[in-house]
Design a protein around this ligand. Structure first.
Ligand code: NAP
Length: 248
């Protein structure tokens, strides 16, 4: 498949890119600030001699003009985009009454508006092709999460956007689904997850020793959702949380 993955330079996105290349997909991924991390992903893919081809482009998903340009470049590089994975995302946590306009806007613009801009830019060619797969990386924050008014609103919005696009474009051969990761070890959780929340996960996640998710478990879910077998799964929000589905 020909895939565009946003935020593929680190964490969950990088793993989706590496595992996707191993499975033979041709991929363009984006980074925004850390080109070295993007290069590392390419190096890793070269080292394992993955079957698929992989390129990267710089993109700030908050910029709708840049999104349109990068979608055009990725389309040229790949010869069309069949799969879009909206993975780029950030947190800027704090209690709602102390949240600055900037922290609110940064998170909504990146996680929600960015996802919308990408979908809007990619959908026309999927409609023309009569085929498309969109996977949005949401979060358990969508159920409501103390200290994450911005993040929770962005991910709940993403789920609504997912269902709406599924309804608008399902008849054109396009499925749109959201995946909800539980706790996965990445820069995002290392940098911003308070110890009490880590303890909460460890104590209550109904998995052996309350373990976190493995990145390969999430990339396998994405792989399933883009496979022919998943053609009838549309507009869904699928939790990969180990069974711990309500935040503190
Ligand atoms: P991460 O390690 O912090 O990686 C974030 C990625 O997003 C990076 O590739 C980063 O690019 C990119 N990015 C950030 N701001 C961007 C922008 N404005 N435009 C374009 N790209 C941007 O995070 P992660 O943990 O892998 O999270 C990936 C997704 O999973 C996010 O949507 C997050 O909300 C979701 N999620 C994660 C967890 C978890 O446990 N880790 C749980 C639930 C949901 P640079 O490297 O260039 O900065």
């Amino acid at each position: 498949m020909k895939m565009l993955v946003t935020g593929g330079s680190r964490g969950i996105g990088a793993n989706i890119v590496v595992d996707g290349a191993k499975r033979g997909h041709d991929i363009v991924f984006t980074y925004v600030s850390d080109e070295n991390a993007a290069r590392d992903v390419i190096r890793l893919i070269d080292d394992i001699q993955a079957e698929g081809t992989v390129d990267y482009l710089r993109l700030d998903v908050r910029d709708s003009t840049a999104v349109a340009e990068v979608v055009e470049q990725a389309t040229d590089l790949l010869g069309g985009i069949e799969v879009l994975v909206n993975n780029a995302g950030i947190t800027r946590d704090g209690p709602a009454i102390a949240m600055t306009d900037e922290d609110w806007r940064d998170v909504i613009d990146t996680n929600l508006s960015g996802t919308f801009y990408l979908c809007r830019a990619v959908l026309p060619q999927m409609i023309d092709a009569g085929f498309g797969r969109i996977v949005n990386v949401s979060s358990l924050g969508h159920v409501g999460s103390s200290g994450q008014a911005n993040y929770s609103a962005s991910k709940a919005g993403m789920n609504g956007l997912t269902r709406t696009l599924a309804k608008e474009y399902g008849r054109k051969g396009i499925t749109v689904n959201a995946v909800v990761p539980g706790f996965f070890e990445t820069d995002m959780t290392r940098e911003s997850l308070p110890q009490e929340l880590r303890d909460f996960w460890g104590n209550y996640c109904p998995m052996p020793e309350g373990r976190p998710g493995r990145l390969s478990e999430l990339s396998a879910l994405v792989e399933y959702l883009i496979s022919p077998e998943a053609a009838f799964i549309n507009g869904q929000t699928i939790h990969a949380t180990g069974g711990l589905d309500w935040g503190p």
